[in-house]
Design a binder for this molecule. Structure first.
Ligand code: BGP
Length: 487
């Protein structure tokens, strides 16, 4: 719509805050009736540049189940948020958070995933968290499934590969919407639903014995079941709590063609389509045409029930949330070696710096992405993850001078503001890991994102004491000034 003015800054009710996930922070993995989850059988990486989360087989699961310690399985201990949540939420409030993104551990509510009755102790735990948030005027933003599910569903039916999991999930979601009606205004169904390269982490399906093509087949089938489950959850949510909003969540990586050669430009376009396929389904309510060709040429056949298309059409989301950490370059001549849900190009960009974990830092890419997503979907956008994983040093007087983190975040906030001036409808920004937590990809503790330092090392040694970093006071100012004071 033509107007002779542009928004000059962040909207008034902008949701500033931080984002976390249950399996990376709660700990208390075997307390109060909770069942074992898929995240708790993933070993920590031996090499920090490799994601151990992708390395799961039936055999490694068996080994994990016979080991009832958290030594090799850091996601079992998290940062013990389960027992520190009051202290932690108070610190978030001190920073001025308007929103706190967290996930619910399905296995706290339904320990086996297919139980008839929910576990009251699990439900209560999240009641306490939401009440605590509201005490400080913090809006909880809740991910229903963030890289974990009850392990029993893997053992019994190979996770999301099975259609049966849809019914288990809708029982879980219905329980949540009824219980937390009025307490949770913002929901999200699946974290990074497009991250199927993550295999087991994303789908709870074991596929190590399969060929690459069979893996692709299984993962796309699993994600189809997630699409249906997500759409059903959207419908339930709208019905049970019409005031609540429910979104989808995408791992967004901006990609660029390596050169202006049209073959690179086209390869990049395909990469982008394969990334946006997931949001096309969840926002537009249908499989996009370009996937027909992709599936056909890659021998992938999606098994759909006759009613699936209708369900997907009805269950379109209210907003689009996404994580953004980096960008990448697509080179048409490079053949992908491993399975690639073709999510990520991993080409190097000579114009960008990288983090210690090789992630290419690209704040302008965030503005580009925001514009692209807004142009394509025209629904509110929410940046629900962004941040720098770095090695921090705690000084003897318990300070952390993390100017590098401030620099990273500042540059991204500047670009979000540019996007708002471009006309993008952006509803909020929750940085990843406002308090240090266990890494999703490698299970390290030393890959820290937080404004709050947690005294724990990769082996789980430490007092678990929380300390404010320099970035804590910086973010406090950012929020208080609604993004104006970035100094
Ligand atoms: C996203 C996940 C988060 C998170 C983040 C950082 O993909 O949604 O769970 O942890 O990435 O990744 P990592 O922890 O591996 O550094």
């Amino acid at each position: 719509m033509y107007k002779n003015e542009i928004p000059m800054t962040f909207p008034k009710n902008f949701l500033w805050g931080g984002a976390t996930a249950a399996n990376q922070m709660e700990g208390a993995w075997n307390e109060d009736g909770k069942g074992l989850t898929t995240a708790e059988v993933v070993k920590k990486s031996q090499n920090p540049l490799e994601m151990s989360a992708n390395d799961v087989s039936m055999n490694t699961i068996k080994v994990a189940m016979s080991d009832m310690t958290d030594k090799m399985y850091p996601k079992r201990r998290g940062i013990d948020f389960y027992h520190h949540y009051q202290e932690d939420i108070k610190l978030f409030a001190e920073m001025g958070f308007k929103a706190f993104r967290l996930s619910i551990a399905w296995a706290r509510i339904f320990p086996n995933g297919d139980d008839k009755e929910p576990n009251e102790a699990g439900l209560k735990f999240y009641d306490h968290i939401f009440d605590e948030c509201h005490r400080y005027g913090i809006e909880p933003v809740v991910t229903i499934s963030h890289y974990e599910m009850p392990l029993n569903l893997t053992l019994k039916q190979n996770g999301w590969f099975s259609r049966k999991t849809i019914a288990n999930f809708t029982h879980y979601t219905e329980t949540l919407f009824k219980r937390y009606q009025g307490k949770v205004k913002y929901w999200m169904t699946f974290n990074e639903i497009n991250a199927i390269t993550g295999g087991f982490t994303a789908t709870g399906s074991v596929d190590d014995q399969l060929s690459l093509n069979q893996q692709s087949q299984l993962r796309y089938q699993a994600v189809h079941h997630q699409f249906v489950a997500s759409a059903l959850a959207v419908e339930q949510c709208h019905k049970i709590d019409p005031k609540a909003k429910i979104g989808c969540m995408l791992a967004r990586m901006e990609t660029y063609p390596k050169t202006p050669n049209p073959i690179d430009v086209r390869a990049n376009q395909l990469q982008d389509q394969l990334n946006l396929f997931f949001t096309d389904v969840q926002v537009r309510g249908e499989y996009p045409e370009f996937m027909n060709r992709y599936f056909l040429e890659n021998n992938i056949k999606i098994d759909m029930d006759p009613e699936d298309e209708k369900i997907i059409k009805h269950g379109v989301v209210d907003y689009l949330a996404f994580s953004y950490y980096m960008s990448s370059v697509v080179d048409a001549t490079q053949k992908p070696e491993k399975f690639n849900g073709e999510l990520l190009g991993d080409g190097k960009n000579p114009y960008l710096e990288t983090s210690d974990w090789g992630w290419q830092i690209d704040p302008i890419g965030l503005r580009i992405t925001l514009n692209e997503l807004w142009d394509r979907y025209r629904i509110p956008l929410f940046v629900v993850e962004n941040g720098l994983g770095a090695k921090d040093k705690l000084t003897s007087d318990h300070k952390v001078h993390d100017q590098y983190r401030i620099d990273y975040l500042k540059k991204h906030i500047i670009q979000m503001k540019e996007a708002i001036k471009d006309g993008v409808n952006l509803m909020g920004y929750t940085t990843w890991g406002p308090i240090d937590l266990i890494s999703a990809g490698t299970s390290e503790m030393s890959k820290r994102y937080g404004f709050i330092y947690v005294d724990q090392d990769d082996e789980g040694n430490g007092s678990l004491k929380r300390y404010r970093k320099d970035s804590f006071y910086w973010y406090q100012k950012v929020i208080a000034s609604n993004g104006e004071d970035l100094s």
